[in-house]
Design a binder for this molecule. Structure first.
Ligand code: PMV
Length: 361
């Protein structure tokens, strides 16, 4: 879609060396993306809230290479240190973008990146890291060729590129909330990139907190790549995709009208569906820990006792995201302190909330 052989630097007029820095947040899906086809295209539309305190900072430095190679020249540091795994992942990603950004092979590139949360905290970093890198690449294209001056075109391309790195990363480009995947509920929605939906949703959803209860920081038992692939043989796959589409329509309706209860019900149903799908995949994965289940039961009891709109969601792992509106923060923080922290590894809670989206630094 974005292949462009004209994005080549004129070697008689090389650019000065420069750098670009972007901070990009993670996001938490309410309707989940689980199952894909082709080149990172989703089987169903998803909607996420953009977070604020869990982010990646990425600095991309570039200098013209006197003799362009057939490969990408990349120096890579993660938290100021070499990291072979991330370097290889980044290099493979940049190599895969050769026909979209042909100028990359004409440059010496250096990527320095780091997260606001500890690497092994059990918080997925692919959404924040891939969106930050995609934003740097689009800024680089614009700095060299002036081709992405229109902010909407810039965001759309950044979202498209982020998606190629990690599907869910395409939603991190936008403030507050984003939808990725074709749906008649959102005009202009696409499987190729996410679109912003903040303007469509009630103000209450600008002030949602997401306190992430770290039950275990262990490496994921199943990579998302393998997880998505398992959906291809899952006997419930087609029913699931239809369900996700219905839930997305209902969620958009609830978010337009400010209906927190329906929002929370869908968030919880989606979390449990995601885990149920993994449990009935072949091989089967059970990603909840006893602490996960204990937290879920306590959240339900707390809601019944207090009437407070506090809901949980889960990613593909044991950690629990606690979602609630800002006006009950004092009560909820006391509840976490007294009743939930005991289930967290070293009492670790990453406090997050709905944020304003990426920032160029
Ligand atoms: O973006 P990926 O390929 O890592 O997949 C992420 C899938 C979930 O986090 C489980 C759900 C979602 O929509 O973010």
């Amino acid at each position: 879609m974005y292949e462009n052989p004209r994005l080549v630097i004129d070697s008689s007029n090389p650019p000065e060396p420069g750098h670009i820095v972007w901070r990009s947040p993670s996001n938490i899906a309410i309707v989940k993306y689980w199952g894909k086809y082709g080149n990172q295209l989703p089987r169903n539309p998803s909607l996420s809230l953009t977070l604020a305190s869990s982010f990646t900072d990425t600095r991309l430095e570039y200098a013209f290479r006197e003799t362009a190679g057939n490969d990408i020249e990349l120096e890579f540091l993660f938290h100021q240190e070499e990291n072979e795994k991330f370097q290889a992942k980044t290099l493979a990603f940049l190599e895969s973008l050769g026909s979209i950004f042909p100028f990359l092979k004409q440059l010496k590139l250096s990527v320095h990146t780091g997260n606001s949360f500890p690497h092994s905290a059990g918080i997925a970093s692919s959404a924040s890291s891939m969106s930050a890198l995609a934003l740097c690449l689009c800024s680089l294209e614009d700095a060299l060729f002036g081709t992405l001056q229109d902010p909407d075109a810039f965001d759309r391309k950044a979202s498209f590129i982020a998606r190629l790195g990690s599907g869910s990363a395409c939603r991190s480009i936008f403030p507050h909330a984003a939808v990725w995947g074709e749906t008649s509920s959102v005009a202009g929605s696409s499987n190729e990139y996410a679109v912003p939906v903040a303007d469509m949703v009630h103000d209450v959803f600008r002030d949602i907190h997401d306190d992430i209860l770290i039950v275990s920081s262990d490496e994921k038992a199943v990579s998302s790549r393998a997880g998505h692939a398992l959906m291809d043989g899952n006997p419930y796959a087609d029913t699931r995709y239809a369900q996700a589409r219905r839930r997305l329509d209902n969620l958009i309706g609830a978010m337009r009208s400010g209906d927190l209860q329906t929002f929370g019900k869908i968030a919880e149903d989606e979390a449990l569906t995601l885990h149920a799908l993994m449990m009935c995949s072949n091989p089967s994965y059970l990603l909840m820990h006893p602490g996960t289940v204990a937290i879920i039961e306590k959240v339900r009891a707390y809601r019944a006792d207090t009437g407070h709109p506090v809901y949980f969601t889960l990613d593909a792992g044991p950690n629990v995201h606690l979602l609630y509106p800002g006006d009950i923060i004092h009560d909820v923080r006391a509840f976490i302190e007294d009743s939930l922290k005991m289930h967290c590894e070293n009492g670790h809670v990453q406090e997050d909330w709905v944020g304003e989206g990426p920032e160029e630094m």
